[in-house]
Design a protein around this ligand. Structure first.
Ligand code: ADP
Ligand code: GLC
Length: 491
């Protein structure tokens, strides 16, 4: 059993902020390792060498060559550092495989939004090198005690390690989102160098195909989900995506650990993306961000009308269709709505059409903008997050920290992190937003109306804002829980 200083963890991930982020996984892959490193844990990231990763990391040096993995094109392993701030940088290993990663486009899709046709190989290689580095077959001296896999993209690491007969690390598989599983045709099993007999219900097979995530969940030593509530929900037919049976069977080896947020990146007192910084002691400074946001987005400039904000992937999970349904009634409250996001083209078009009908009340920016996302968190009065399911969700935590109470469907991590505003929760000081259940259009609209009414009661509203801003959403406690879990896997 290593002493605390020596605990070594390979954190395998397909995205990391600020180099490559499509959602919360990118944020978590930066902030959790940074928090763990403060707890004397030697965490190092393993990342695919996309162009922006190769360009963004510092002090690159070659540490190994992988020219003999018959299933994959040749790759070089680089050791480097990733800067998170002036004082914080974390060690990373980058897989430079030009044939698989050096191309224009996103990590999972091309510029037209089509999945890369060779995603099985792209993330098969990430998983494979993760497994090699975590075993006695590793060509480098640094050997982790734990291989920490994240989502389907590193789901094959536990499977490769299972079939390795030498010494190997313990494995932890974190589910950030069960909806994405990495499903490929059965032929991929052999193409990726997995034994044919692993293609079995007791193995990597999922309804006749290979599922990277199922493989990880089946072979890993332990599973975590990104909120305690989500760990329960995925054992049900409603949210188990066909894996509820396996997950219920593995429940003794599954822990829900709530995500934290980077309190450096998301701090209204210092955030460089804001027009004016503010704290809970001087909330009047927040309003400058509201008028700037209204102006930038072409909305009517009115500090009294409640402004609802959304920053989100635009899809079924996030309830974008429900937002579109309620928008015409929402603005009649009266209220304004500002949305930043992208994903499904049809939903993007419907939203753009709404702005043509209601140009002074509804503004939409299709695309990805870190700066605008921060300004919306600060400039909106209230944040809307009607996700049908939400493994954890980060924006509801950002918004509480920014004094922008969220309206959420009480599901997954949203239920774990937002306390509905009632006379009782206001009295005991815990109220921090508005939540509703079950998910219906009527519930969403009536809860938004409830929030708008509360907004006009300045005292109540300030109490809500201050309660949210006082909550500790840092990684401190959750990183310590991961640290303990890692240690327990070694025994
Ligand atoms: P998910 O990972 O399911 O998309 P999370 O709430 O965990 O949801 O995390 C989403 C992260 O991505 C947040 O940091 C959010 O601000 C960011 N984000 C989502 N869409 C955009 C966008 N269009 N522009 C900028 N940031 C975005
Ligand atoms: C996923 C989930 C989101 C979670 C994020 C980070 O993208 O959809 O709820 O916050 O991962 O764990």
């Amino acid at each position: 059993m290593p002493s605390s200083q020596e605990l070594r963890v390979l954190f395998i991930t397909s995205e990391v902020y600020p180099l490559c982020k499509t959602g919360g996984l990118g944020d978590v892959s930066a902030a959790l390792p940074a928090a763990l490193r403060l707890l004397q844990t030697d965490v190092r990231l393993l990342l695919p060498g996309y162009p922006q990763v190769l360009a963004g990391v510092k002090y690159k040096s070659k540490v190994a060559e992988f020219n003999e993995l018959t299933e994959f094109p040749p790759a070089t392993l680089l050791s480097a550092r990733l800067s998170l701030s002036k004082t914080e940088n974390i060690p990373v290993f980058v897989i430079d495989c030009p044939g698989l990663y050096r191309r224009e486009g996103g990590p999972y899709m091309d510029t037209l939004g089509r999945d890369w046709p060779d995603n099985a190989l792209r993330f098969g290689l990430l998983s494979k090198i993760g497994a090699i580095l975590s075993s006695d077959a590793s060509p480098i001296a640094w050997r982790p005690h734990i291989a920490h896999c994240n989502d389907w993209q590193s789901g094959l690491t536990p499977a490769y390690l299972h079939f390795h007969s030498g010494k190997k690390a313990a494995t932890l598989m974190t589910i950030h989102n069960l909806a994405f599983q990495g499903i490929f045709p059965p032929g991929s099993v052999v193409q990726l160098g997995l034994p044919p007999n692993s293609f079995d219900i007791n193995g990597v097979e999922y309804y006749g195909n290979l599922s990277f995530l199922k493989a990880g969940l089946y072979y890993t030593d332990h599973i975590t989900t990104v909120s305690p509530n989500y760990a329960e929900e995925i054992q049900t037919d409603a949210l188990g995506f066909g894996l509820q049976g396996l997950l219920a069977e593995r429940r003794k080896n599954m822990t829900g650990i709530i995500n934290g947020i980077s309190t450096n990146e998301w701090d209204p007192a210092t955030d460089p993306h804001l027009v004016k910084n503010y704290t809970s002691r001087k909330l009047s400074d927040k309003v400058a961000n509201k008028s700037a946001l209204q102006q930038q987005m072409g909305l009517a400039i009115d500090i009294d009308v409640p402004l609802f904000g959304v920053v989100s992937r635009l899809n079924h999970q996030k309830g974008t269709d429900l937002l579109i349904q309620i928008a015409p009634q929402l603005i009649k409250i009266p209220a304004q709505l500002v949305i930043l996001g992208s994903d499904h083209a049809d939903l993007e078009h419907q939203l753009t059409r709404l702005t043509k009908t209601y140009p002074s009340e509804i503004a939409v920016r299709i695309g990805f903008s870190e700066t605008l996302s921060h300004l919306i968190e600060a400039g909106a009065d209230c944040f809307l997050m009607p996700s049908r399911f939400e493994p954890c969700g980060l924006n509801q935590m950002y918004s509480q920290r920014y004094g922008t109470p969220p309206v959420v469907h009480a599901t997954g991590g949203l239920r774990d992190t937002v306390v509905d505003c009632t006379p009782q929760t206001l009295a005991d000081g815990s109220a921090s937003g508005f939540s509703f259940f079950p998910m219906t259009v009527d519930n969403l609209l009536s809860t938004a109306k409830r929030a708008a009414t509360a907004y006009h009661h300045k005292k109540t509203w300030q109490r809500l804002q201050k309660n949210g801003m006082a909550k500790d959403f840092s990684w401190h406690a959750s990183a310590a829980t991961y640290r303990k879990l890692y240690a327990s896997l070694l025994r």
